[in-house]
Design a protein around this ligand. Structure first.
Ligand code: SF4
Length: 336
């Protein structure tokens, strides 16, 4: 019987996207499926559904039209996944590199694991690239299994600006299920850019009086900034949450856990840690989408109560929840 881990190499599912190819590389890629090469006999399936795919194979250079499509497809592939750039256009932009409408190779938009050069890349080279991709896929799978096996060794730390790229990548993976839930990817978490996220590390919340206590110390550093926490295992960030205090209220946001590590208590522990980072506030506030049952359940289990609902888009309504920490004096800004 084929084990779960072997299944990747025995039958990889592949999604092919033409970013702006001249069709040369597409024809060579599709030739791999014809009777001469017949990669299906080796278990390779060309699927049209990114959620079923392990390998994202891209031909052609990136242009303004394909840039967002590539990102969108990439984020829909489940983890672990690998990206194969087929043809010199996909690898670097090729002969179109200097064109006004070309943004270069695929790695300008998403991380690429395997490069298959050539113009056009021959079917043998495409197959070779896919075989190399399987090796990468297996090592990513092993890494994720190792992370899952060390789940009891998760540490919860303050994140710093240097973590912004990894946090943003996690954010895009973690919020994909929310976008699917609402059929709407206009969620701010999915729209945020790296520059905006890096700015958040510098931003001071607007406030009159705030004291974001760092546990055990009165902050000597500029602690009146947004607090970023991260859950780390084996050096990888698998969860995060943010919070900031304004006028005695701590606002908690962007609570996220990598889909592979959900339902293991990481979200609960992150909420414990972020609440503990604000020992002096009289009120906590959080918000989530109206259909995000898991978030609503988790927050109400912790004593949060709904006090307001506000439409965000036709598909999404924000639900605002609040709670008072045990022993906190009634907050002037409490919004019952
Ligand atoms: S590498 Fe050559 S064949 Fe492939 S898409 Fe670019 S120009 Fe066409």
């Amino acid at each position: 019987m084929i084990g779960f881990r072997d299944a990747f190499s025995k039958s990889p599912w592949l999604l092919h996207y033409d970013a702006s190819s001249c069709n040369g590389c597409d024809i060579e890629t599709l030739a791999c499926l014809t009777p001469l090469y017949d990669v299906e006999r080796l278990g390779v399936i060309n699927t049209g559904n990114p959620k079923h795919a392990d390998i994202f194979l891209v031909t052609g250079a990136v242009n303004e039209q394909s840039r967002d499509v590539i990102k969108n497809i990439y984020h829909q592939l489940p983890e672990p996944k690998v990206v194969v750039a087929v043809g010199i256009c996909a690898c670097s932009g090729g002969i179109f590199r200097e064109c006004y409408n070309i943004a270069g190779g695929v790695d300008n938009v998403i991380p690429v694991d395997v490069y298959v050069p050539g113009c056009a890349a021959r079917p043998e080279a495409v197959i070779d690239g896919v075989v190399k991709a399987l090796g990468v896929l297996e090592s990513k799978q092993r890494e994720m299994v190792a992370l899952a096996d060390s789940i009891d060794k998760v540490v919860y730390l303050r994140a710093a600006k240097i973590d912004a790229p990894e946090l943003l990548a996690l954010q895009r993976i973690a919020y994909q299920s929310e976008a699917e839930l609402y059929g709407d990817d206009s969620l701010p978490a999915l729209q945020q850019t790296l520059e905006e996220l890096e700015e958040d590390f510098e931003r001071r919340p607007q406030r009159e009086v705030a004291l974001l206590g760092v546990r055990g110390t009165e902050a000597e550093d500029p602690a009146d900034r947004v607090v970023f926490l991260k859950a780390v295992v084996n050096g990888k960030i698998i969860g995060s949450v943010r919070g900031y205090a304004v006028d005695g209220t701590a606002y908690l946001s962007r609570m996220m856990v990598h889909p592979y590590f959900r339902r293991r208590g990481i979200g609960r522990r992150l909420l414990d840690e972020v609440e503990a980072a604000f020992p002096h506030v009289g009120r906590f506030e959080a918000k989530t989408g109206h259909q995000s049952k898991r978030n609503l359940f988790q927050l109400t289990q912790r004593g949060y109560q709904v006090f307001k609902q506000e439409p965000f888009t036709p598909a999404i309504t924000w639900v605002y929840l609040q709670k008072q920490p045990a022993g906190a004096p009634p907050s002037a800004s409490s919004k019952n």
